[in-house]
Design a protein around this ligand. Structure first.
Ligand code: FAD
Length: 331
């Protein structure tokens, strides 16, 4: 049975958490299919022994590494050429990658080079018994239905998954495995692009994707000025400010804060939804949060169906009172 591949995501020389989430899911699929899991890592320097161990622990049987200085920054051309060559040496049955900015860029290119299809932003993955078809579930038609897509006539089957959709494996899979060094020929990494400068947005602050506490605002706040207690609370409890699409569209806050189908998928320990109705497209991005607090004036708001605690009332008033009470407590 051929392998299930995960393409690793990295930040600098560190493996990003989305890689472990996908390894966990790939391992589950491999158990079901009776196959094995390989991880492809394109990186600027050889990883430490501890990194390899973590990857095996996280679900990989085999780690294939391509080391080249050019992989310090993502570049589309070198990425797809190296990955295509890796695939042609030992074609896998399935290729999974995180739906990050780079994953969303190289996966369509790689699929085109391999003459196969790609299902983007999957929220569920399974294996069909017998055929080995990958069942790729994702929202469709504006998020109103969940479609399960199969690719019976083409291999490899390729899918991207947003970070925080799946959890890493809950157990140690193995301590050691096979490490394969992939030699990177210079012509594979040649590129007409030169990186002149790299500006990171909001450096030092956690984005919603990595936040452990999110305080998200919606249209129920009524005015942009009423976001003030949200920012205050976020500062006090080391949280990150999130948003519904309506307030992003109203330009109260930037798109990087948007949670939902056309924003980010998040999985914080605590998610506070203030003045958010709970439209399916918003829920799609935050329903796996560990603990959800909803504040809404309407006791029938859909958000309450997903909340662990629901507060009925004016969101701005409740948040302002909470901040004042916490300030008193600190004094
Ligand atoms: P509203 O729907 O206007 O709800 C406001 C809520 O605030 C209501 O429940 C109301 O009862 C409550 N409220 C009113 N006054 C108060 C008050 N004083 N105090 C407390 N509560 C009050 N949406 C997203 O969020 N993220 C996405 O990624 C996203 N992607 C989309 C993709 C597509 C293809 C489509 C079609 C839509 C998408 N949407 C997305 C939009 C989504 O359908 C909703 O329109 C949006 O989530 C609603 O935002 P909201 O809850 O802030 O506003």
């Amino acid at each position: 049975m051929s392998e299930i591949w995960v393409i690793a995501e990295k930040r600098g020389t560190q493996i990003h958490s989305s890689t472990y989430e996908l390894l966990g899911k790939a391992r589950e699929l491999a158990w079901k299919r009776g196959s094995s899991v390989a991880l492809a890592l394109l990186i600027q320097e050889r990883p430490t022994e501890e990194t390899f161990r973590n990857l095996f622990r996280g679900g990989a049987d085999r780690v294939m590494i391509a080391v080249d200085k050019s992989f310090e920054r993502f570049d589309f051309g070198p990425y797809i050429r190296v990955l295509k060559e890796m695939v042609s040496q030992r074609p896998p049955e399935v290729i999974l990658a995180p739906a990050t900015t780079s994953g969303r860029t190289y996966m369509p290119g790689l699929a085109a080079l391999l003459g196969t299809g790609l299902t983007a932003d999957c929220t569920g993955l399974d294996i069909e018994e017998g055929t080995g078809n990958l069942l790729q579930t994702r929202p469709a038609i504006g998020g109103n239905i969940m479609a399960t897509i199969k690719t019976p006539k083409h291999r490899p089957q390729m899918a991207t998954v947003r970070p925080k959709t799946f959890s890493p494996l809950g157990e140690v899979y193995r301590e050691r495995g096979e490490i394969v060094d992939f030699p990177v020929r210079p012509e594979l990494v040649e590129s007409p692009a030169r990186l002149l400068k790299f500006d990171s947005i909001g450096e030092g602050e956690k984005g919603v994707q990595d936040a452990e506490i999110i305080i998200a605002g919606g249209m129920g706040l009524r005015r942009m000025e009423n976001m003030a207690p949200i920012y205050k609370l976020a500062r006090m409890i080391n949280g990150t400010v999130g948003a519904s699409r309506k307030i992003v569209d109203s330009k109260w806050i930037g798109h990087e804060a948007q949670v939902g189908l056309s924003g980010h998928t998040v999985k914080p320990k605590i998610y506070i939804a203030a003045g958010i109705s709970g439209a399916v497209q918003h829920i799609a991005g935050m329903q796996t949060s560990e603990f959800i607090v909803a504040i809404n004036r309407d006791r029938n708001a859909a958000i309450f169906n997903f909340a662990d605690i629901g507060l009925i009332g004016d969101a701005t008033e409740i948040l302002t009172q909470l901040v004042e009470a916490m300030e008193l407590e600190v004094r």
